[in-house]
Write a protein that binds this ligand. Structure first.
Ligand SMILES: Cc1cc2nc3c(=O)[nH]c(=O)nc-3n(C[C@H](O)[C@H](O)[C@H](O)COP(=O)(O)OP(=O)(O)OC[C@H]3O[C@@H](n4cnc5c(N)ncnc54)[C@H](O)[C@@H]3O)c2cc1C
Length: 379
């Protein structure tokens, strides 16, 4: 086994940090490079499901994450008037939580003992004849590594080099997100369906809620001149409690267009390998993008520990992880299409179907994604 070899992890997000954490004690030297001047995350919530918790339990971080987040014990699906279409009380082996992204990232960062380099934006990665990779950053620094892990998200320059499938695909709707302290207690997570628009609410710790709202409109549509507050009030102002209150009382609201890519194999080239959104970006309809990034980081680290920095390791990682990420990507995409239906009749039928389907059946359909234990895989 090649110890003391140097690995560059490009991107200090969930995938990059989890990979570096999984590689601790392996003998490989991990250097994490983040393009932003500081390591950090957005002011929004993220759901962390048991499939990611299995990895965090193994890393000894599960209890700290659970203490920093809110437990997801009940999920309601509703119509815009507030009529409950379905209620579920998922029973998982490990906790599912909602947590502020900054807290989540902060915990990963705090425990990560890799060599951390902020303000390093990858500009070029060049395979050398001896299998090493020459890496150049926008700040002029150059360095040679034995392997480079592309964890730089959906717009990954390394993906462009390795797979070359161009720009991500816009799926026809945008999303606003916020976090809000509240004076009320909802006590459960919910998703509310309208026509061409939806709202999700997730409980974070101590009367703090994360919310998201989607709407069918053009790519990167600017909210001006109307302004985000007025626009959200126009779109969701008459929706059930506490949707308008949460939107009105959020200090910071982030807006994105929802994009992903068609699942594609071929995640490595020489000693360059993709993980997280760089490898398998997905729409967030299942709340699984980050959780899959955690799973993939774990699998790749285990493959490298067993097979070294080798094609065998990278191919084994891809063969274990690709089918699952493809299935999640495609299911999530379909859920987005159904969730964003604009047609009144189709929307009515969707809501009827949700109301008629026993929650035990719908939970079972997605349980294979949320309850998967990657730590029990035979590497
Ligand atoms: C609206 C929305 C809601 C979501 N909700 C959930 C959820 O509830 N649960 C869940 O599991 N997932 C969720 N996701 C998905 C999740 O956020 C992503 O899958 C996850 O962040 C991917 O992690 P990553 O580390 O692969 O990429 P990123 O989080 O994109 O991190 C990449 C990092 O690389 C850095 N970087 C980029 N380019 C370079 C470069 N050239 N050089 C150096 N560094 C670079 C970036 O600054 C960033 O820090 C959601 C996504 C969206 C859009």
């Amino acid at each position: 086994m090649e110890k003391n070899k140097k690995i560059a992890v490009i991107g200090g997000g969930i995938a990059g940090l989890t990979f570096a954490l999984c590689m601790e004690e392996s003998g490989f030297e991990c250097h994490v490079f983040e393009k932003n001047p500081e390591f950090g995350e957005l002011g929004a919530a993220i759901s962390v499901f048991p499939n990611a918790m299995f990895v965090f339990r193994e890393l000894g971080l599960m209890d700290e994450l659970v203490a920093a987040g809110g437990l997801l014990t009940q999920a309601y699906l509703k119509s815009s008037s507030g009529k409950v279409l379905s209620k579920a009380q998922p029973k998982y082996v490990l906790p599912a939580i909602c947590i502020h992204r900054a807290d989540f990232h902060g915990i990963l960062r705090k425990h990560c003992r890799a060599i951390m380099n902020a303000g390093h934006s990858l500009e070029k990665a060049e395979p050398l004849p001896n299998g090493q990779i020459g890496v150049t950053f926008a700040n002029g620094k150059t360095e040679v590594f034995d392997a480079v892990i592309g964890a730089e998200g959906i717009h990954s320059p390394l993906r462009e080099l390795i797979i070359g499938d161009g720009k991500p695909i816009f799926r026809g709707y945008n999303i606003w997100r916020g976090v809000c302290d509240s004076s009320f207690d909802v006590g459960y997570a919910s998703e509310t369906y309208g026509l061409g628009k939806r709202v999700g609410i997730v409980p974070i710790k101590e009367a703090k809620y994360g919310w998201w709202a989607t709407f069918n409109e053009e790519f990167m549509k600017d909210d001006s001149p109307e302004g985000t507050d007025k626009k959200l009030s126009r779109l969701f102002g008459d929706w059930h409690h506490p949707i308008p209150e949460l939107m009105r009382n959020s200090k910071q609201i982030i807006k994105n267009s929802l994009i992903d890519r068609k699942p594609k194999r071929g995640w490595s080239l020489g000693n360059m390998v993709l993980i997280g959104d760089a490898a398998h970006p997905t729409t967030p309809n299942l709340g699984q993008g980050g959780c899959m990034a955690v799973e993939g980081a774990y699998i790749l680290s285990e493959c490298i520990k067993k097979y070294g920095l080798s094609k065998i390791a990278y191919d084994r990682y891809e063969s274990l992880h690709f089918p699952r990420t493809k299935s999640i990507n495609e299911t999530s995409l379909r859920m987005g299409v159904v969730g964003q239906l604009e047609n009144r009749v189709q929307g009515f039928l969707r809501n009827r179907l949700i109301a008629l389907m026993p929650s035990s059946v719908s939970m079972k359909l997605i349980d294979k994604f949320f309850s998967y234990d990657v730590t029990s895989l035979r590497i």
